[in-house]
Design a protein around this ligand. Structure first.
Ligand code: HEC
Ligand code: HEC
Ligand code: HEC
Ligand code: HEC
Length: 504
């Protein structure tokens, strides 16, 4: 019998074969080891909970007993110290920054009060504080329905399970004030038993169904965006579905582009409000963040919302999902540099460059819209007829919808700069068409001069221009916050004290 080395000398190929086989075995062993380590990490999630609680438990801190890292990172959404060039989590009064918004939204709640969005932890405070929900006290009702609570709290899936969605949406906003008290949280995105991602809002499921898709077919990676699409989307209150119920609906039946949704609203003759100055039948874009994201290059390459806004993080040798949902510019290392090799400064510059260019044009569109509203009012005052104004008002409606689609899709100018740029340019051409018609009409009515532009240099001046008595609204709000809200919190505390939890 020959030794192995003799055999190799005769046939060197055997040596190579042995060498390659060893390589393959070492590689497989490596894979095994890494899989064991990963499974061990996973085993931590296939956990026995420390604390048992119901599947609809709305209190984040209770879930936090079982998942302290996820909970503690999520609680950081309370942070309000970061501002980027256009976004961040600080409390910023957008009407103060840009008083023209008051004119664009004249006759609608947003002209009273509009702040930049901040962390999830503020969802309840902010909806209570905003002048838009009014001061429901002494038998007065809020101008808003209960539907407005839908994207604010894990008390929502709890209530919907108890009473069904239609019953939840029904009635005015203050009626469920004592029920909806916990800020957006675990039960909005997770199944309590498995901790798998879960869609808890019927509007998203229904929108999928109407376009012939089943949300249950979504991949794991798609779910990492769809949990956000429960709230970061365009929606409206459909009052025709069920009598007396403002039923939360996503207008996606024709598609998700600005034009498709506009057609959806036009076809049903829907308007959010009639503009106080121009009398145009207006649409208010909510926040079509998901729709716009889908048109961008990251979505096309399979990057999810969670990849950038909830990146992985390591602590004490354990990898977990950082639940501090915020502007990724406050965390470039984990949010971007896992995929991009560029320096932090250069990645931030990429984001700002896109935002600067988009916002430059959006600003021009905004200016044109203010002119159009003021000129339209002028035409009415000069005796224009409904018939003469009709086409002009539709131009204003469509152009402002496009402006708002761009402005309210928070992050849109980075998520999909090409699409947002396109939408803004169609808005500019539409409003210029409208202003041409207006100029012709005014000439027919015997007026050929420039229309005077009001002094709306500050929020106060702009609100005075449209006749809002903000001090009165603020005083009523203060009373409501002092007298009604503590009552809501007390009732909620008593209820929650009765929820069952048990230690394992
Ligand atoms: C807005 C949606 C959202 C909310 C709210 C949320 N999570 Fe998550 N959570 C996610 C996503 C997305 C992942 C990543 C899941 C994946 O890729 O499988 C995740 C993952 C997890 C995991 C799996 C382990 C890990 O770290 O990846 C746990 C445990 C978890 N979350 C706990 C919580 C707890 C506790 C809360 C409440 C304090 C919470 N989550 C709130 C979306 C959410
Ligand atoms: C239940 C509804 C809901 C869900 C689900 C949800 N959000 Fe939000 N999100 C909100 C609301 C409401 C605000 C604004 C809160 C405020 O300003 O008071 C917000 C704010 C934000 C902000 C701004 C934070 C800041 O610091 O400025 C980001 C970023 C964000 N959400 C990302 C996400 C991502 C990513 C997901 C999915 C993983 C998600 N959200 C899921 C409702 C939701
Ligand atoms: C999971 C991987 C991943 C993450 C995380 C990620 N990117 Fe990307 N990014 C990509 C891919 C893939 C492309 C498309 C490049 C291609 O296909 O050539 C891309 C493209 C880009 C582009 C060019 C797009 C354009 O508009 O022309 C920019 C800028 C960019 N990323 C910035 C960022 C920033 C900033 C972050 C963090 C907030 C980030 N990316 C996070 C994978 C990622
Ligand atoms: C490739 C990374 C990336 C992906 C994917 C991504 N975002 Fe963003 N997002 C960003 C960046 C960068 C900004 C701009 C932050 C800034 O200007 O401070 C941003 C801004 C935002 C904002 C405004 C933040 C603020 O501070 O007010 C929201 C809300 C948001 N994104 C939600 C989402 C949602 C929802 C999805 C999925 C549908 C998503 N994002 C997908 C990178 C991403």
């Amino acid at each position: 019998m020959k030794s192995i080395s003799e055999k190799i000398k005769e046939k060197p190929i055997i040596g190579w074969l042995l060498f390659l086989t060893t390589l393959v075995i070492v590689f497989l062993l490596g894979l095994l080891a890494s899989s064991v380590i990963e499974r061990r990490a996973e085993a931590v999630f296939a956990y026995t909970p420390k604390l048992n609680h119901s599947s609809t438990e709305p209190r984040n801190e209770v879930w936090g007993e079982n998942f302290p890292r996820n909970y503690q990172s999520y609680a950081k959404t309370k942070d309000s110290s970061f501002t980027s060039k256009y976004n961040g989590n600080a409390m910023i009064d957008m009407l103060e920054v840009d008083p023209r918004l008051v004119v664009l939204w004249a006759g609608y709640g947003f002209s009273k009060d509009y702040n930049q969005g901040r962390g999830h932890a503020y969802a309840i405070d902010d909806i209570r504080n905003t002048l838009r929900t009014g001061a429901p006290i002494d038998g007065n009702k809020s101008p808003m329905p209960n539907t407005c609570w839908t994207c604010k709290s894990p008390d929502v899936p709890r209530l919907m399970k108890e009473m069904g969605p239609a019953e939840f949406y029904k009635g005015s906003w203050e009626e469920k004030g004592h029920e909806v008290v916990n800020y957006i949280g675990c039960a909005d995105c997770h199944d309590a038993k498995t901790m798998n991602l879960k869609i808890t809002r019927p509007a998203l499921v229904e929108a999928f169904e109407r376009t012939g898709k089943n949300i249950k077919d979504a991949t794991h990676q798609e779910m990492r965006s769809l949990v956000c699409a429960q709230c970061h989307v365009e929606y409206y209150f459909n009052k025709e579905k069920i009598e007396g119920v403002p039923y939360l609906t996503f207008p996606w039946d024709n598609g998700m582009s600005a034009e498709s949704m506009e057609k959806y609203y036009d076809d049903m003759g829907f308007k959010d409000w009639t503009h106080q100055l121009s009398k145009a039948p207006m649409l208010k874009a909510q926040h079509p963040g998901y729709e716009v994201y889908l048109t961008g290059v990251h979505a096309k390459r399979g990057v999810s919302c969670a990849d950038c806004h909830m990146p992985y993080k390591s602590e004490g040798g354990q990898k977990f999902t950082d639940h501090h949902i915020q502007s990724p510019l406050n965390n470039i290392a984990n949010s971007c540099q896992v995929c991009h090799r560029e320096e932090t400064a250069s990645l931030i510059a990429d984001v700002y460059e896109r935002q600067d260019r988009i916002i430059e044009n959006r600003d021009k569109l905004e200016e044109l819209l203010v002119h159009a509203h003021i000129e339209a009012k002028f035409a009415w005052d000069k005796g224009a007829t409904e018939e003469q104004m009709k086409a002009i008002l539709m131009d204003i409606r469509h152009a402002q919808w496009r402006w708002d689609y761009a402005a309210a899709s928070h992050g849109g100018s980075f998520h999909s700069p090409v699409e947002i740029g396109r939408v803004i340019s169609t808005g500019i051409s539409t409003i210029q068409e409208g202003r041409l018609k207006l100029a012709r009409l005014l000439a027919n009515l015997g007026y050929n001069e420039t229309i005077p532009y009001p002094d709306i240099e500050t929020k106060a001046k702009a609100q005075a221009f449209i006749g809002l008595d903000i001090e009165k609204l603020k005083a009523e709000k203060k009373k409501f916050l002092e007298e009604v809200v503590p009552e809501w919190d007390k009732i909620a505390k008593d209820r929650e004290a009765k929820y069952e939890t048990s230690l394992n």
